[in-house]
Design a protein around this ligand. Structure first.
Ligand SMILES: Cc1cc2nc3c(=O)[nH]c(=O)nc-3n(C[C@H](O)[C@H](O)[C@H](O)COP(=O)(O)O)c2cc1C
Length: 215
C-alpha cells in the first residue's frame, strides 16, 4: 500500500503560458515543425520517438515506439519490417495513431489517419543511408516472430556479416517505410491548475479547421 500511495502522490504542475489559436500556423505540418524543432532544441533524447498505435480487424489494439524518419505535407514516415505484428495489423486495418510524448516540455502531439506503404524507391534511399550494422540488423530479425533463444539471432548475425563482408547490404524485400497521412492532428500543452490547451486540426476535403477541446 505504501508503494501504491507513493505513486498516488506523483504529480507534476505545469506552468506553460496558454496556447492560443492566433499563434498556431494554419497548417498542422508547419505547426508540427515548430514544436518538433523546440523538442530537438530542448535536448530531450530521441525527440523523434513516437508511440504508434494500430489495431487488427477485430479491434485488438497494440502500441509500440518507432522513430519518425521523415515528414512533409504528404504525411509522417517510419520504417519497419513488413512482416511484423504492426504490419499485419496495418494490412487488416490501414489506420494508425502516432503520439509524441514530449513530457518534459509539457507537450504532446497526436496524429491520426490512414497508413500507406511508401514507394520501394523511397525505402531503398533511406535503407542505403543507414550504417552497416543497422542494414545487417534488418536482415537478421524476422521481427515479431517467436524465437527459441538470443543465440539464434547472434548466429544469424555472424553468418550475415560473413555473407555481406564486402559492406554492400541490399535492402530486404520485406523491409520499408509506412506513411501516416494525417486526418487529425492534436497539439496539447499543459497549463496551470490542469487548464491545459488542446487544439485539434481536422482535415475535410483538403481544408484544415482548428477546434479547441476541453482538457
Ligand atoms: C526508442 C525506440 C525506437 C524504436 N524504433 C523502431 C523503429 O523505427 N522501427 C521499428 O520497427 N521498431 C522500432 N522499435 C521497436 C518497436 O517498439 C517494436 O518492438 C517492434 O517494431 C516490433 O513491434 P510489433 O511486434 O508490434 O510489430 C523501437 C523501440 C524503441 C524503444
Amino acid at each position: 500500500m505504501s508503494g501504491e500511495s507513493a505513486i498516488y502522490h506523483l504529480r507534476c504542475d505545469y506552468d506553460r503560458e496558454p496556447l492560443t489559436e492566433s499563434e498556431l500556423d494554419p497548417d498542422p505540418v508547419k505547426q508540427f515543425r515548430i514544436w518538433f524543432e523546440d523538442a530537438r532544441a530542448s535536448g530531450i533524447p530521441e525527440p523523434n520517438a513516437m508511440t504508434l498505435g494500430t489495431a487488427d480487424k477485430s479491434g485488438h489494439i497494440s502500441c509500440r515506439t518507432v522513430l519518425l524518419k521523415a515528414y512533409d505535407e504528404r504525411g509522417f514516415v517510419f520504417f519497419t519490417n513488413y512482416g511484423s505484428r504492426k504490419a499485419r495489423q496495418i494490412a487488416e486495418n490501414p489506420r494508425a495513431s502516432l503520439l509524441f510524448p514530449w513530457v518534459t516540455l509539457a507537450r504532446q502531439v497526436e496524429i491520426a489517419g490512414a497508413v500507406e506503404k511508401i514507394s520501394a524507391a523511397e525505402s531503398l534511399a533511406y535503407f542505403m543511408s543507414r550504417p552497416f550494422g543497422s542494414r545487417l540488423g534488418a536482415w537478421v530479425s524476422d521481427q515479431s516472430a517467436v524465437i527459441s533463444s538470443r543465440q539464434i539471432l547472434l548466429a544469424k548475425y555472424e553468418e550475415l556479416k560473413r555473407k555481406f563482408a564486402s559492406g554492400e547490404v541490399p535492402k530486404p524485400e520485406g523491409w520499408g517505410g509506412y506513411r501516416v497521412v494525417p486526418e487529425t492532428v492534436e497539439f496539447w500543452q499543459g497549463g496551470q491548475d490542469r487548464l491545459h490547451d488542446r487544439l485539434l486540426y481536422t482535415n475535410s476535403g483538403g481544408v484544415w479547421t482548428i477546434s479547441r477541446l476541453a482538457p
